[in-house]
Design a protein around this ligand. Sequence first.
Ligand code: AMP
Ligand code: GLY
Length: 437
Amino acid sequence: MLPYPFMLTTLQSKRGEVMKVLVVGGGGREHTLVWKISQSPLVDKIYCAPGNGGIAALAECVDISATDIDNLVKFAVDNQIDLTVVGPDDPLMMGIVDAFEAKGLRVFGPNQNAALIEGSKVFSKNLMKKYGIPTATYEVFENSKDAVEYLKNVSYPTVVKAEGLALGKGVIIAQNYDEAVKAVKEIMEDKVFGQAGNRIVIEEFLVGQEISVLSFTDGNTIVPMVSAQDHKRAFDNDEGLNTGGMGTFSPSRIYTPEIADYCMEKIFKPTVQAMKQEGRKFKGILYFGLIQTKEGIKVLEYNARFGDPETQVVLPRLKGDIVEIFNAVIDERLSDVEVEWEDNAAVCVVMASGGYPVKYEKGYTIAGIEDAEAIEGVTVFHAGTKLVNNKIVTAGGRVLGVTAVGSDLDQAIKTAYAGVNKIYFKDMHYRKDIGIK
Ligand code: AMP
Ligand code: GLY
């Protein structure tokens, strides 16, 4: 990539209008968004709230949290922001898009009533049932007594899900009756996820490989992005606890053009139509968490936003200007835009703090990022980092997403790990098998 200030001045002078963009969030997904937006000739200034140590090289970081909606609105008004792009789920569920729109500000993301497709598993399961979208069979429960009674007659493993957002921990795969009852009591009686556990879904356990497909949609047209696959467990061979994601690759090895056509007709278009019919037109990024079972592809979950770390392997493969796509979505003219992809592959290896996802230290100096990025094809997206006295230090569980593009997956894997090998911080931990399965 060209050095940022140079790129802007050359491109800016060719265009009459330039935009100020605000990105909300501060993880690896937002670093990738800022990186891609910074390549747009339409943009001359990027702010990121709150940002992180890596984002600070491309954008002005603003010390406002992603859920402080009042102050984000005030910042956007005061600084005449032309476009705001929202990364994380919680501000979307809280209604950040509605709050920005109420002030006449342009913002990319779904309204609160549409973000419910991620915010409530009861809503999303009922939507799929009503519109015939393939998913696991399920029942909804409003109290623990009925749920426990029901658990006596299901086959195991079975899946217990808190209705609301629970930091990725609200899904419990119970191997037997006792584990399932324990999960129900923790969620509904002990309220370990707070209000998110007022209702639960108990559903059939599905077996198969997972595929993530993110899409752009303006509420009428849907344009899927290239497929990706996440690695959620902390250790190699999918062992250890669930995490926010330890690495990703794109494309998925199992997502054939035939499967893509099936998903378009039976899942993607019907979901967009269903939301419109329900009076919850969805504009933004609709993320489909899919699983390939013996009976075909089914939906595991919807997200109302870019995935993290899926974004890190999908956006580097996008040709052209992402800001043009964001504008087309907001103005509901996505059907007029060509969205094109490189015929290549990408891999992201997450480097985490030792002990993540449970307990870990912060504040360790990170060495070798520049050496990693000197390798052709490598970009290091920062997740939990901070700039302290001009040094990048660790500041979270997932620290870096070392990302490489290559002509195919095998090459991208090799290049990504060559990048990882240049980087060091105390107690660092990463998986050695990203992209291999
Ligand atoms: P969710 O938030 O609903 O996607 O669940 C998070 C993760 O739990 C998924 O990515 C799957 O790995 C797993 N999962 C969720 N539902 C099921 C299911 N019905 N069968 C098997 N695994 C599931
Ligand atoms: N990587 C999974 C997610 O963003 O939900």
